[in-house]
Design a protein around this ligand. Structure first.
Ligand SMILES: Cc1cc2nc3c(=O)[nH]c(=O)nc-3n(C[C@H](O)[C@H](O)[C@H](O)COP(=O)(O)OP(=O)(O)OC[C@H]3O[C@@H](n4cnc5c(N)ncnc54)[C@H](O)[C@@H]3O)c2cc1C
Length: 394
């Protein structure tokens, strides 16, 4: 293969697709998207919880805070216009008395981001979720909704392909850069004028091939799910979440009624051995050794990571997951929970200079290339609004 194009995008996840859509809307013709897999949604974009977040959690001034509310609105509009699945279930965040302060901190963050939310009392909470722990106070988010990720990916892909201006090449892996404008793939070379790195869990490696972002490396975390048995899933109507530890980018074990009607519990955020280790130990490579080294280093140098790693690893055990989940729905019995094959990897970026988990998305621009790192949750929700910003940057 020898090709040339105006804009080359690496990665056909939601980040790459929405950026292509935005470029197209602004008149860019001749876009090529390469994707190493043979189908859409093989990684994070097809393996997430499918929750359209409402912008409650994020620190003011971050990309997450800026784009979640608008991203939620744009994605809802897209689903409604294209008649895609959208369950507008809302969500409650519950807490015991010891963390009511954090609930008010969430409310403050939501207000600062322009996210609609209300502190509700026990009676109101039980109206929304009759089986939720009857906490004195809870936070209600009316704009949280649930979508079908693969359906959205397929719809955007079709729209792009139909334009005749976007070419998809599946099963093609970006390997390295030659000169300043030639991408070497496993299947030939592609000359480009602009380059966008939307490679998800490999975005750090792609950026390094351009000589940028050496201080960042991905540390993978595994998100597994359990679900409620059908006969007991009446206990959850929409979404029941705990107040999370705001020092970490994970939201804690929660209940979500998915687009398929099943009630999922999770996801976990357990340190994983590989960037695509979906099964137990099925992506072992030389990198596993350095991932373990990075885990160990953070474990000893970063308090928040240590607390999260210890708490999360226990979630491999059903009894522990059950004890966490029961804090949200006290009537839950251990036999109400069953395993699922649903699993995703969260490619969490670490800033190795400061030995910290990176909390926000990162955009690195270098000449005609732009690299999106740490597109972790809620990047699916933010994607359409974030894409506008990325294209402005480009
Ligand atoms: C368990 C879990 C639950 C989540 N829940 C939610 C949620 O409820 N709501 C929400 O908004 N977000 C959620 N997220 C986050 C969201 O799914 C991701 O932030 C988002 O999908 C990232 O999209 P992406 O396009 O950047 O990455 P990806 O979907 O990983 O896409 C990147 C693509 O690049 C390809 N690629 C990589 N390297 C190369 C290469 N060298 N050459 C060619 N192609 C390459 C990959 O194959 C992949 O298809 C969740 C994530 C996980 C893991």
């Amino acid at each position: 293969m020898e090709l040339s194009c105006h804009t080359l995008i690496v990665g056909a996840g939601i980040t790459g697709l929405t950026i292509a859509r935005e470029l197209l809307a602004r008149g860019t013709e001749d876009i090529v998207i390469i994707e190493k897999e043979n189908s859409l949604g093989a990684h994070a974009s097809g393996r997430n919880s499918g929750v359209l977040h409402a912008g409650i959690y994020y620190s003011p001034g971050t990309y997450k805070a800026k784009f979640c509310v608008e991203g939620n609105r744009l994605m809802k509009e897209y689903c409604l216009d294209h008649e895609l699945t959208l369950n507008q279930t809302g969500k409650v965040i519950v807490t015991d008395d010891s963390r009511v302060d954090s609930l008010y901190e969430l409310k403050k963050r939501a207000d600062q981001s322009g996210a609609e939310s209300t502190i509700i009392d026990r009676n109101k909470l039980l109206e929304f979720e009759p089986y939720a722990v009857p906490s004195e106070k809870a936070l209600y988010s009316p704009n949280t909704a649930v979508f079908n990720p693969k359906q959205i990916l397929a719809s955007i892909k079709q729209e792009l392909a139909d334009s005749g201006k976007v070419k998809f090449i599946f099963g093609t892996v970006y390997k390295r850069l030659k000169g300043s404008s030639l991408a070497i793939t496993n299947d030939g070379n592609i000359k480009f004028e602009k380059f966008i790195n939307a490679a998800g869990s490999f975005a750090d490696k792609v950026a390094h091939s351009f000589g940028v972002g050496y201080e960042y490396k991905v540390l993978p975390f595994k998100g597994t799910y359990k679900k409620l048995v059908k006969s007991r899933d009446y206990m959850v109507r929409g979404n029941i979440y705990p107040v999370p530890d705001l020092r970490n980018p994970f939201l804690g074990v929660h209940f979500t009624r998915g687009y398929d009607g099943c009630v999922y519990i999770g996801p976990t955020a357990i340190p994983a051995f590989g960037r695509e280790e979906y099964g137990l130990l099925d992506d072992l490579s030389w990198e596993t050794i350095s991932i373990l080294g990075r885990d160990a280093l953070l474990f000893f140098t970063n308090d928040a990571f240590r607390t999260a790693a210890m708490g999360e690893t226990k979630k491999y055990f059903k009894t522990y997951m059950y004890s966490e989940a029961r804090k949200l729905v006290p009537e839950l019995k251990i036999e109400d929970i069953e395993d699922t094959p649903k699993v995703g990897i969260r490619p969490q970026l670490v800033d190795w200079k400061n030995k910290k988990l990176v909390m926000d998305f990162i955009i690195l621009k270098d000449g005609d290339s732009l690299h999106i790192l740490n597109a972790i949750s809620p990047a699916f929700t933010c994607s359409m609004a974030f894409a506008k910003h990325v294209v402005n940057e480009l």
